[in-house]
Design a binder for this molecule. Structure first.
Ligand code: GDP
Ligand code: MN
Length: 353
């Protein structure tokens, strides 16, 4: 299959692109972006970063999803940013609407209260559909059929280091299921009953749990008191390189259905990051998860920047290691390193020669 050439190029230019485009994706993988038409230019910025830093050498396809049809302009101007295939998918209505067991009046009242209490996105209805979609549905979209891994991207994110290896290939070689760059604490007011709802799930479906008494369990990533409460730690899911099969697994889907029934996506403001992360911590083991230490990444005000002096010389990053989020008191990465009994330098994938 030939990658699609950008539409705005002349015949001659298209031929040039086709001839020079010798690399092919090695892994069944793609970028997946949920995005609105209005975010076109912030998205083109994210694409530019990833294409320049990595994808111009690997040509992994891009998949864009939206609950509204993409405009022609959106399609044209995103195709123009890459030599790879681009795919545009519509979110089915049942993945972006209220299930019939949700009391919509109560949901509105909850939003009003949360907005009144100043909770970020507390009053937003669309944000809740978004979080529910990212928690339970995006991976079911037919455009992801046949993919082993996805790399989640958002509009307006930045990648500050050259990526000189294929992260998807790393996932395959090490049989990884989940990769992150930033781990942090959630606002408790957005997830007051998420943990008790999770405990019900654990009790009902013990068969899906990774044994928490094993040395390589990740359970301690999300609880500091042996399961009595959630410590709010989660992997920041706006960056994710993860296994499609894991999210499509019976265990993960049973977890999502259980949460969805409880209504917290609407009555509270459960985010997809704590949901993914708790699932990872309950159902996977330490060897399934990778910290992409060497991928410099910025979303909004938080930035991950590699900090190892020896690596920085080699790593072609522009970010400032002194302001990397890993040093922030709200970072959960130190906890991750502690429970996995590992150190930063073990996560450097490529080293200076
Ligand atoms: P934040 O990262 O929690 O501040 O939330 P964002 O506003 O960045 O939203 C997370 C992701 O969902 C981004 O990729 C957005 O482009 C996307 N998104 C958020 N709301 C909507 C929406 O209503 N429609 C669509 N199509 N995408 C959305
Ligand atoms: Mn965002």
């Amino acid at each position: 299959e030939e990658p699609k050439a950008p539409v705005l190029l002349s015949q001659e230019e298209q031929e040039y692109v086709r001839l020079t485009n010798t690399s092919r994706p090695r892994v069944k993988a793609a970028y997946v972006v949920l995005v609105r038409n209005s975010e076109l230019h912030a998205l083109r910025s994210s694409m530019r970063y990833l294409e320049d830093r990595f994808n111009r050498k690997y040509n992994y396809p891009w998949i864009f999803l939206n609950e509204e049809p993409f405009t022609e302009e959106f399609v044209k101007l995103t195709q123009q940013m890459t030599n790879s295939e681009t795919h545009y998918g519509l979110v089915p209505e049942k993945h972006w609407s209220y299930p019939d067991w949700i009391n919509q009046t109560l949901a509105r009242e909850c939003r009003e209260t949360m907005a009144h209490n100043g909770i970020v996105y507390g009053g937003s209805e669309s944000y809740r559909h978004m979080c529910r979609f990212q928690s339970g549905f995006f991976f079911l979209h037919p455009l992801l059929d046949g993919l082993d891994y996805y790399w989640r991207v958002e509009p307006g994110v930045k990648f500050s280091c050259d990526i000189d290896y294929d992260p998807f290939q790393l996932m395959v070689e090490r049989d990884l299921k989940y990769g992150f760059t930033i781990a942090l604490e959630e606002y408790r007011s957005t997830v007051p009953t998420l943990w008790e709802t999770t405990l019900e799930f654990i009790k009902t479906y013990p068969q899906y749990m990774y044994p928490r008494n094993k040395a390589d369990s990740l359970f301690r990533m999300v609880t500091d008191d042996n399961g009595q409460s959630y410590n709010l730690c989660h992997f920041w899911s706006n960056f994710e390189i993860a296994s499609v099969k894991f999210l499509r697994s019976e265990g993960y889907q049973a977890y999502f259905r259980h949460l969805d029934r409880a209504g917290g996506f609407f009555y509270e403001r459960w985010g997809d990051a704590p949901v993914h992360s708790i699932a990872v911590a309950l159902m996977l083991s330490q060897k399934d998860v990778h910290w992409f230490y060497d991928i410099g990444y910025k979303h909004d005000t938080f930035e991950h920047c590699p900090t190892e002096p020896a690596w920085l010389v080699h790593g072609k990053c522009y970010c400032n290691p002194l302001t990397s989020f890993v040093r922030d008191s709200g970072s959960c990465t130190p906890k991750y390193l502690e429970i996995t009994n590992s150190s930063t330098d073990q996560y450097i994938v490529t080293r200076p020669d």
